[in-house]
Design a binder for this molecule. Structure first.
Ligand SMILES: [Zn+2]
Length: 401
């Protein structure tokens, strides 16, 4: 098996660049012993705790000309700030163009992106434009009825969206056209879900492409219709870590935590970055005469963030529960359709449940907006008896520090 040890020179290069741009990263690398042997496995795993301490709250650009994108909250209450330099951004656009150009056909002229917020949303017009497509973006603040109206009016050949938004659009039953190609990003897309989507639009299985990305790393992977596995982007050096290494209360299973190094990210330490995404079937496989890192499927995520259109952190949920029901025990359940917070507290009332919901939405205005636009379903907050929380230790994952 090929491992990160086969990429020593790539690591040397990116480690030097990031050390130059991110001072605290230089300090922790200097302490880890990497300089003695240049063995990449000595480099620290970059996890949420380290980034919360050093990166996400950092004010001001790391180097001149960086763009800052904000996302979900951290334990300090601040929104995460993630930096992109001009070069990082251009590399991202190039990677996505490569994937899209292989997938799209010559009869695709007009594209629509309906993606919420963040770097992926803000870059999509640029990517489609450089591929010679006309494109338009639907603002996530518009209600779902207006999304439908715009889609029916412009009838885009290509729809670039998130699974949850696509579900909401389909549920209205008002879509009066069929895109030729659909690209989805940002949530787990199961086999059954993909089949359902292509059936709804009368498409072939190779007309729906699932891609993986994150605001931290950029473009990560895409599904391959030839071998059926997901391939990593060329700039990615992936590895996996057993969940029990990083989290307590996790039962052993097939899934491993995806950990990534990007050869291209210069103002974020995407070097052994712990994504918290759980994947199965990671391996070095041959496809079309060439070996590549691949995985079979992504099954969800561990850690202190969950997604409801955009990310919501467990900190925010804990803050909300403890504000209105101090000491209340809770667990969060997330499946593709529902986001449920189950709370066990003798003081639970309907009104308190509503207050908790409002509090979480206030802390996460993008999620609130997606819900108000009916693009994602509202959060459910419900009371449960203590016996029903028997799984709590397994559901609420605690990150080892
Ligand atoms: Zn393949």
């Amino acid at each position: 098996m090929v491992t990160i040890d086969n990429y020593r020179s790539e690591f040397e290069q990116i480690v030097a660049t990031v050390r130059h741009n991110v001072r605290w990263y230089d300090e922790i690398v200097a302490r880890c012993g990497y300089d003695d042997t240049q063995d990449p496995s000595r480099l620290p795993l970059i996890d949420e705790a380290l980034l919360t301490k050093h990166y996400y709250d950092a004010d001001g650009p790391i180097s001149a000309g960086t763009q800052i994108y904000q996302t979900s909250g951290t334990s300090t209450g601040a929104r995460k700030k993630i930096h992109y330099s001009t070069r990082d951004h251009l590399d991202y656009v190039t990677q996505r163009k490569k994937i899209f150009s292989r997938f799209l056909t010559f009869d695709c002229k007009v594209a629509c992106s309906d993606l919420g917020t963040g770097h992926a949303a803000s870059s999509s017009a640029e990517i489609f434009g450089e591929l010679g497509l006309e494109s338009f973006h639907i603002d996530y603040r518009r209600p779902v009825a207006e999304h439908i109206e715009l889609l029916n009016k412009h009838r885009p050949d290509v729809l670039f969206t998130m699974p949850m938004i696509l579900d909401s659009i389909i549920q209205t039953g008002e879509i009066a056209f069929h895109p030729k190609k659909i690209i989805v990003v940002g949530d787990v897309a199961s086999r059954a879900w993909k089949k359902h989507i292509v059936d709804v639009f009368g498409l072939g299985r190779t007309d729906l492409l699932d891609i993986i990305g994150s605001i931290e790393v950029g473009s990560i992977a895409y599904e391959c219709f030839v071998c059926g596995y997901y391939h990593f982007d060329d700039h990615i050096i992936p590895e996996t870590v057993a969940p029990s290494v990083l989290f307590e209360a996790v039962e052993p299973g097939r899934a491993e935590i995806l950990t990534l190094t990007s050869k291209n990210r210069t103002v974020f330490p995407a070097i052994r970055f712990v994504t918290n995404d759980l994947i199965e079937g990671f391996g070095w496989r041959k496809c079309q005469g060439r070996y590549a890192f691949t995985f079979e499927r992504m099954i969800g995520r561990l850690g202190e963030e969950l997604k409801n259109g955009e990310k919501i952190s467990l900190y925010d949920i804990s803050e909300a529960v403890n504000t209105y029901l101090p000491g209340g025990r809770f667990e969060v359940h997330k499946d593709p359709r529902k986001f449920v917070i189950k709370i066990c507290s003798g003081d639970f009332t309907f009104e308190k449940g509503e207050q908790i919901k409002r509090f979480i939405k206030q802390l996460n205005p993008d999620v609130k907006q997606l819900i108000e636009s009916s693009l994602v379903r509202d959060i459910d907050v419900c009371p449960v008896a203590v016996e029903e929380l028997s799984q709590a230790a397994k559901k609420t994952f605690i990150q080892k520090r």
